[in-house]
Design a protein around this ligand. Structure first.
Ligand SMILES: Nc1nc2c(c(=O)[nH]1)N[C@H]1C(S)=C(S)[C@@H](COP(=O)(O)O)O[C@H]1N2
Ligand SMILES: [Mo]
Length: 201
């Protein structure tokens, strides 16, 4: 049997390779938030790097947007079982944030913090090496509030709950401290290729 002339919506073998176990492709972009969408005005926005309780450096919106910009096209995978291919983002790499701050990571773990009180933990090595950014544009347009605008963390190789929307800072922690969903049964790390959905997976 041949599938050469097949013109339906079945994913190509190449696409199938990009969908982690238990996931299905979606064309639209679902919105998932634990609470109501905070409306953060850019004049009220700031981003603070902290080591434990100690602030290291803080940028306002205008200062932050002068940092080097990077474009980034990646597949994203939500723990509610949808995956979306080739999503296009623009923002500031975490590498460039650390470089601008003139720091070497003092610990191995971070917590991302957001304006809605949300938090999520990510190892530093998953944020560096070009793997993650603070995104301010999606698909060529300023990031919409529902998807975390004005700025969200984007860590596309982990389940999407790690990509904190409405981010206002990153905090170095000495231990891998669970965030909002990790305290409520989600996996501490969240690798979609190993199906690390829930604690103990
Ligand atoms: N601040 C904040 N970030 C968040 C959330 C949230 O409730 N608050 N939800 C997370 C979850 S569970 C998912 S799946 C993604 C959803 O992002 P989206 O709404 O852009 O699809 O955002 C993550 N980031
Ligand atoms: Mo989610």
């Amino acid at each position: 049997m041949t599938t050469r002339g097949f013109t339906g919506r079945r994913p190509s073998p190449e696409t199938t390779d990009r969908i982690p176990p238990g996931q299905s492709l979606t064309e639209d972009f679902p919105v998932l938030s634990a609470g109501p969408t905070p409306r953060v005005r850019t004049e009220d926005w700031s981003f603070t790097l902290k080591e434990g309780p100690k602030p290291l450096i803080k940028w306002n919106w205008d200062e932050f947007n002068k940092l080097p910009q990077t474009k980034f096209t990646r597949d994203i995978h939500c723990v509610t079982a949808w995956s979306k291919l080739d999503t296009a983002w623009q923002g500031v790499l975490i590498d460039d944030i650390f470089a601008e701050a003139g720091l070497e990571p003092p610990t191995e773990f971070m917590l991302a913090h957001s304006f809605d009180g949300y938090a999520t933990n990510v190892p530093v090595r998953d944020l560096t090496g070009g793997k993650a950014m603070i995104a301010t544009f999606y698909s060529g347009k300023p990031l919409e509030a529902e998807h975390g605008g004005p700025a969200r963390l984007l860590v596309p190789h982990l389940y999407f709950w790690k990509s904190a929307k409405w981010i206002n800072g990153l905090q170095f922690t000495t231990r891998d401290e669970p965030g909002f969903w990790e305290l409520r049964g989600y996996h501490i790390y969240g690798d979609p290729w190993r199906e690390q959905r829930y604690t103990g997976d």
